[in-house]
Ligand binder design. Structure first.
Ligand code: ADP
Length: 599
């Protein structure tokens, strides 16, 4: 009980606060609707017995017409008002849906990177997404039972007075019936929630399959590796699981649903019997008997509604709590508060070892390395030697398992994370450009926010430097050309090399003190690669630059070369120092590549 109370408090505190911050008008509309709803049952409780009393008594035509007209008119006005408020609430619901989707996306982007590989965090994200949508019904789904509970409470207090005076046993009948219905309803909700937990994993796999099947970037591999059948088989297999799970939930719920509906019939029989006996014995008049039938129905209805609303609140709060939990998901890495000073920085890797989360293999072993201010370092080594991992650790996408990384003599964990991120402009092997305009990809802001003079000059100047200006100008929409065709028929599909150049341009626009190029030239031919490096050396003059490359042509431009092998720095020095080192890894790689180019 304690835990459920805590969940409800937690969820409603979060959503009421967030809702109040976003749309205060919503609460005014909901409160008025709540009052109107609680008044509605009293119309028939008051007017119908009054009409019957008049019919059985003096039968005055003007009074009868007056009562009937007032009843009809008030019911009409109430239903128009309720309809209007419902419409307003729907509109707010849509706004809230967009709002919560936006804050979820923002949270996902702010998550520590290593959580993107953490199965528990991914499952929690899936629970959060589903929990906030159809399962809880979003903001409206949460607020409907909440306000409904309050309006039923107001109604209930009103009819309780009437019943205590005229027919107190009705209160006992109602309490027993509602208690039985409550138990049954609780069981129904429990079955649904158990099913929801089991379905969450299936839904995630569904999402992955669905996305891969329609995403054209997977199209090449799906066709060339003939993986269509495998995808479809997997899809069918999970559909079977999904159906089986749903059928099982429905089968378990059916008898309980019938039983719950049966309690209503029992209630009606008992109430009619009791009030009938009171009327026959002359303890109440016919008009009062009818009023009590009405009041009893309203009382039981309100009480049952309150209990159902509470259960509904509990069920929806449990779903929505997954959203709140995700918003509060503990960070994977501690964050510091130190300000990062302007200008260049010196980095030192001290006894650094690293194992990826969830893996057993130590990828980096006791690495010691210093990168001085403005130094250009080439990192070479065979595939899987740990080169990319080193820069990922440097950018604090992960934290070392052992040892430390220092910037300007201070452990990088001490710095403010957002400021620390600003130190780097990396181009990773698996960089991603967005399906937006070219200028938006370079400057990373919405084109409507851009300054037509300075931003234009910055984008153009950078494209010129990397030899892409002419190419971009040749597109019909120039810098406003949209990349890829997901959202725009006129979008272009840049070649691998062009994409890399755009990614490099984006890194240059950021103008960060440390530039990292992780095999950025893999899609380029050796001549284009040489050109890029030659230019690049001019472009990053004065900045610290780290190049990771298989091709050793990059090394000629660098101050130092670090050769990685088996997770450690095996050799370190200048090209001249390493190229003739007897038995050296670099010397061997260089000889192999030189031979290849000469021949
Ligand atoms: P390199 O850049 O030298 O080719 P990487 O640093 O990318 O090498 O990878 C080093 C090793 O770490 C490889 O064996 C790779 O499989 C492993 N690895 C890379 N990323 C992950 C990850 N996210 N989880 C587990 N292992 C990883």
């Amino acid at each position: 009980m304690k835990k459920t109370d805590h969940v409800i408090r937690n969820v409603y505190a979060y959503f009421l606060t967030e809702g109040w911050k976003t749309h205060k008008g919503f609460f005014a509309v909901r409160s008025i609707k709540m009052l109107l709803q609680s008044l509605t049952p009293f119309l028939s409780i008051y007017f119908i017995p009054a009409i019957i009393a008049e019919l059985m008594g003096e039968k005055r035509a003007d009074r009868l017409i007056g009562l009937a007209a007032a009843l009809v008119l008030l019911e009409f006005v109430l239903s128009v008002l309720l309809g209007t408020f419902n419409n307003l609430i729907e509109r707010y619901g849509q706004k809230f849906e967009n709002h919560f989707q936006m804050i979820l996306s923002r949270r996902i982007m702010e998550l520590d990177f290593q959580m993107t590989e953490d199965k528990k965090a991914l499952d929690q994200l899936e629970l959060a997404k589903n929990g906030m949508s159809w399962y809880s019904g979003g903001m409206n789904g949460l607020m409907e039972p909440f306000f409904s509970f309050l309006s039923n409470l107001i109604t209930l207090l009103g009819v309780v007075v009437l019943l205590i005076v005229n027919a107190p046993i009705v209160l006992v009948i109602a309490a027993v019936i509602v208690a039985a219905a409550t138990l049954i309803n609780g069981k129904l909700n429990q079955i649904e929630q158990e099913g929801y937990r089991r379905l969450s994993k299936i839904n995630r796999i569904f999402g992955y399959l669905g996305w891969s099947l329609v995403d054209f970037r997977y199209g090449k591999d799906i066709r060339l590796y003939g993986s269509k059948e495998m995808m479809v088989e997997k899809w069918q297999c999970f559909t079977r699981d999904w159906n089986r799970e749903n059928v099982e939930i429905a089968n378990r719920q059916l008898p309980l649903q019938l039983l719950r509906d049966g309690t209503q019939i029992l209630h009606d029989i008992a109430v009619y019997f009791y009030l009938g006996v009171l009327a026959i014995l002359g303890k109440i008049t016919i008009a009062t008997c009818i009023q009590m039938v009405n009041a009893a129905g309203t009382f039981t209805g309100s009480l049952r509604n309150m209990v159902f609303c509470y259960q509904d609140i509990l069920k929806r709060a449990n779903y929505a709590n997954e959203f709140v939990k995700f918003m509060d998901y503990p960070p994977a890495m501690p964050k510091g508060t130190l300000d990062v000073k302007e200008g260049k920085h010196i980095f030192e890797f001290r006894n650094l070892s690293f194992t990826y989360p969830g893996s057993e293999v130590q990828v980096l072993k006791n690495v010691n390395l210093t990168i001085r201010e403005g130094e250009h370092l080439s990192v070479v080594g065979l595939n899987g030697a740990g080169k990319t991992t080193l820069v990922k650790l440097m950018c604090r996408l992960y934290d070392p398992t052992e040892g430390e990384i220092l910037m300007d003599g201070i452990n990088i964990k001490e710095y403010d994370y957002q400021q620390y991120m600003q130190v780097f402009a990396p181009v990773f092997q698996d960089f991603k450009l967005f399906a937006f305009k070219i200028r938006e990809n370079l400057l990373l802001k919405d084109s409507e926010e851009m300054d037509p003079v300075t931003d234009e000059a910055l984008a153009r100047g950078t494209l010129r430097k990397i030899g892409m200006e002419e190419k971009v100008d040749s597109f019909k929409n120039g810098l406003d050309t949209v990349l890829f065709k997901q959202f725009d028929e006129e979008g272009i599909e840049p070649s691998g090399g062009e994409q890399q150049k755009l990614a490099i341009a984006r890194a240059l626009v950021k103008d960060a003190p440390v530039v990292i190029l992780d095999e950025p030239t893999a899609a380029l031919d050796p001549v284009a690669e040489y050109e890029i490096y030659k230019h690049f050396e001019e472009l990053v003059k004065g900045k610290t630059a780290i190049y990771i490359s298989h091709r050793l042509s990059s090394c000629q431009f660098c101050d130092h070369i670090a050769v990685f092998s088996e997770g450690g720095v095996k050799e370190y020095g200048t090209h001249e120092e390493l190229v003739d080192l007897p038995g050296g890894v670099y010397a061997e790689m260089f000889a192999a590549q030189a031979q290849y180019y000469v021949s």
